[in-house]
Design a protein around this ligand. Structure first.
Ligand code: NAD
Length: 353
């Protein structure tokens, strides 16, 4: 199989972690007889420095012409004082909107080898943590009008039935392929947009009799994720709620550095990225955990390129490295062998079959 991948290294730890993921993709290509070619794309702070724009048209075009996009992370202190339109995150929002990727899927799964790394009580972890958050990605308050005038700031939160329906369907379809439980999270006791959300989800439920739909208010969900995460199979929610809940969910699995994500729309061309940011505090020190990015590459093979065996091979190699006791600093525990970002990538290559 020949695939063309747009690669956004970004800022901070982005280049270090992406390098490891590309080495893994190259080894998969060699082992399974595929050809992956890469085009480098500038986005984020590095693009602001180079072009005065976090994602110029010509760089977005490279992504749209690819079979999928692999992203490290963008942002950093250097650009924090820049005006809104000149922030690295604007590039990311533009990329997501430009690619039309409206569904962001983030697995929250605890690796058995890392049970100790979870901040939750062992008795809660023992019940199992294995759920997916399906987050609407290109609507809601992040994409509404933003304005500050005469000391009053306004951000508009708007959802149409069509936007809710298309993400709702992804939630039901995802639950159907798993344990058949879908929890729709909103704030319908306060927000009109949430009341519409709830109505649409219940209308869709009639088409998915094999999926059990439940509703939960977002504040309760934030509590339930730490109190009883085993109750969840698939959570579907709007953009901002999903942003916050998925960071919370990642933390209970041990480290933000372990979690991959996929963002998909109507076509198979997806955006794959770890859920963490550019971690400027550890950039350039060779201590970042590259596993979230490497597992994002595995998701790309599984969901965009339909290569499940190759994706399994990467996930098995990660598991084998953890079994062998190797840990980056963020998941280090007593008796384990601490390694850096580069060595973590090399160990995964060594365990790839
Ligand atoms: P962050 O995720 O970058 O870092 C939070 C903490 O987690 C830090 O202590 C960091 O060292 C640690 N961490 C993150 N990834 C790690 C990894 N792979 N291995 C080990 N430790 C890791 O979040 P932040 O500090 O709030 O944001 C830093 C910058 O990243 C900001 O400019 C922010 O806007 C940006 N950001 C970008 C994205 C993205 O590109 N998708 C997402 C979130 C934040």
């Amino acid at each position: 199989m020949n695939k063309h991948i747009a690669v956004i290294r970004g800022d901070g730890i982005g280049p270090e972690i992406v390098e490891q993921a590309l080495a893994v993709l190259d080894k998969i290509a060699a082992l399974y007889g595929h050809t992956f070619t890469y085009t480098s794309v500038d986005m984020g702070g590095c693009a602001i420095d180079k072009y005065g724009d976090p994602l110029p048209d010509h760089e977005l075009e490279k992504c749209l012409a690819s079979d999928s996009v692999l992203l490290g992370a963008v942002g950093g202190d250097k650009w924090n004082s820049f005006p809104g339109h000149l922030r690295p995150e604007k590039g990311l929002l533009r990329l997501r909107a430009g690619m039309g990727v409206y569904s962001n899927n983030r697995p929250a799964k605890i690796w058995r080898q890392l049970a100790d790394a979870s901040p939750l009580k062992a008795s809660i972890v023992a019940q199992g943590i294995d759920f997916i958050i399906v987050r609407e990605l290109i609507g809601g308050i992040y994409f509404g009008a933003h304005q500050t005038e005469n000391g009053v700031a306004t951000d508009v939160l708007q959802y149409s039935e069509a936007e809710i329906e298309r993400i709702g369907r992804i939630g039901f379809e995802t639950a159907r392929k798993r344990r058949g439980k879908l929890c729709s999270v909103e704030k319908s006791n306060v927000l009109d947009s949430s009341r519409l959300w709830k109505t649409v989800m219940h209308r869709l439920a009639a088409e998915y009799p094999d999926v059990t739909l439940s509703d939960m208010l977002v504040d309760n969900c934030a509590m339930q994720i730490v109190k009883n995460p085993a109750q969840f199979d698939v959570i579907v929610t709007e953009n901002m709620f999903g942003d916050i809940l998925s960071d919370e969910a990642s933390m209970i699995t041990g480290s933000i550095g372990m979690i991959p994500s996929s963002s998909l729309g109507q076509s198979s061309c997806g955006l794959y990225e770890p859920i963490h940011g550019s971690a400027p505090d550890i950039a350039g020190k060779d201590i970042a955990n590259p596993i979230g990015t490497i597992l994002s590459a595995a998701m790309m093979l599984r969901y965009s390129f339909d290569l499940p065996k190759e994706a399994d091979a990467i996930e098995n190699a990660v598991s084998a490295v953890l079994d062998a006791g190797y840990r980056t600093a963020d998941i280090m525990s007593q008796g384990m062998i601490q390694i850096g970002c580069k060595e973590c990538g090399e160990q995964i290559l060594r365990h790839l079959q």
